[in-house]
Design a protein around this ligand. Structure first.
Ligand code: ADP
Ligand code: 5GP
Length: 190
């Protein structure tokens, strides 16, 4: 009998590093994995659909959910709240892997509640490349890009709390490296 186990996989890294792109590719390769859809009070970007990228909720709704214990973790940055719905994660872990794409503060809270969680930090090959990717995505103005870069330094300075740091240089290689880490953990090799 195999000792295959479902994993709670946390993916963090600075905005623009490629988390969303990498997670989309991981989901295609891990058929039983699902991405937890977070709640946020920030406005949707062009093309973002409610219930797919995020559940876009009002501040009032978010605060009510906090009171009711509805979040596994939540944090507040860029003047907005972001949180992981508790029920979704607990329910989905019964049948497969759950991926959380969350920030460093959230990851620390997850670790406290799920010591077995696999924490992965994705970093850019250089700061210049991170700026290039943020600009390429074209969803933020200059001031917000500056703000996100400041936050990027904070995120990356916390990489020691993570099980692995993966540099997202070549996209395909990054995905292969992460898949290897996941399978090693699943079968208890590391
Ligand atoms: P995040 O979710 O971390 O904010 P995105 O997935 O939105 O980042 O990626 C930001 C931009 O960088 C996108 O335009 C994406 O296509 C690009 N990108 C992602 N990974 C790579 C890579 N390895 N090399 C070059 N560009 C990349
Ligand atoms: P963005 O606004 O670019 O979608 O996300 C901004 C930051 O919020 C990213 O670092 C992302 O990982 C983080 N984030 C998204 N969802 C959650 C969540 O549910 N909890 C926490 N703590 N951070 C989140």
């Amino acid at each position: 009998m195999s000792n295959k186990q479902n994993l709670l996989i946390v993916i963090s890294g600075p905005s623009g590093v490629g988390k969303g792109t990498v997670v989309d590719m991981l989901l295609k390769r891990l058929p039983s994995a699902v991405l937890s859809v977070s709640c946020t009070t920030r406005a949707p970007r062009e093309g973002e659909k409610n219930g797919k990228s995020y559940f876009f909720v009002s501040r009032q709704t978010f605060l009510k959910m906090i009171d009711e214990g509805g979040f596994l973790e939540y944090s507040n940055h860029f003047e907005n709240y972001y949180g992981t719905p508790r029920f979704f994660v607990e329910d989905k872990l019964k049948t497969g892997d759950v991926i959380l794409e969350i920030d460093v503060d959230g990851a620390k809270h997850v670790r406290e509640q799920y010591p077995q969680a696999l924490l992965l930090m994705i970093t850019p090959p250089s700061r210049e490349e991170l700026v290039r990717r943020l600009k390429k995505r074209g969803t933020e103005d200059e001031a917000l890009i500056e703000h996100r870069l400041e936050r990027a330094d904070y995120e990356m300075s916390n990489s020691r709390f993570y099980d692995y740091t993966v540099i997202n240089d070549d996209l395909d290689q990054t995905v292969e490296e992460i898949l290897k880490i996941i399978e090693n953990r699943r079968f208890g090799k590391k």
